[in-house]
Design a binder for this molecule. Sequence first.
Ligand SMILES: [Zn+2]
Length: 336
Amino acid sequence: MSGSGLGRRIVGASDLRRRDGHGSGGMHWTGHSLRQRTLREAVECTGIGLHSGQPVTLVLRPAPVEHGIRFRRTDLPEDEAEIPARYDHVCDTRMCTTLANRFGAKVATVEHLMAALAGLGIDNAVVELDGPEVPAMDGSAAPFVFLLECAGIVQQAAARRSLKVLKRVQIVDGERRCELLPHDGFAVEFEIEFDSPAVKHKQGRFELRPDSFKRELAAARTFGFERDVQQLWSMGLARGGSLDNAVVVSADHRILNENGLRYDDEFVRHKVLDAIGDLYLAGAPMQARLRCVRSGHAMNNRLLRQLFADRGAYAIVPAETVPAAWVGEPSLSVAG
Ligand SMILES: [Zn+2]
């Protein structure tokens, strides 16, 4: 992602438009009494894939109760096109999270959209794509939050369930670590380590609550280092990357984006955002505390696989039992 030869986003969030719908929608959080939620109506946008560089149209559609989040490739035969948004369908975690089904149909870079769905508490939706990658938009989850709010969010006639972590589950890989711990509500703590003075804040803690996701995390963009670009391109990655959809740090540790960072600690916030998206592939919101040190998509997925491999490590509980931690002011605190 050097200054010259940057790919340009073809169509961005401003081109999103409501599909076949009516009414203005709106968000309704109900505090303790949680029911499943879906979209009021379909909505679509167009953009390019961060890694593929290819244009793609995304359509988000309402889905019935107990459907979950499922991707559908509209450019493939119908009976091979559906890919459940679940941890056991993750097939690749290099630089992004990619899902696949048994027919080999894939969809890449699902994590920012999944984070938006988790952050707004959407249980059921169909995600249609006419290509193999979710559009990058601006590199954050904010355009997806905007899209979902345009569609409107409605409650459904079934109780929401959450995944309650009952004991510690941990993945350690050298200096990298991530673990799930019992917790009321859902909190993420993240510690990053990048060898660049441009990355000033190394730690963050976030508690997911109504509206806090949108305000504190959604706009944090993906980021990359100019020094890594050639290697990424040789791996077929980041082909659609540009200053329009990523924060780029130069070899001399400058932020190349004209308007700088959106948050002082945008890097660590984005890692929290990624983790929230990856963990929503559990298929339900979590009651847990996630602690990560230098981890990423691969470890997030290993952590979920380890959790589900131990039947005593979790319980499926009605989301009504989520206590007051879901209500009130957010508590992002940053040190370092
Ligand atoms: Zn990301």
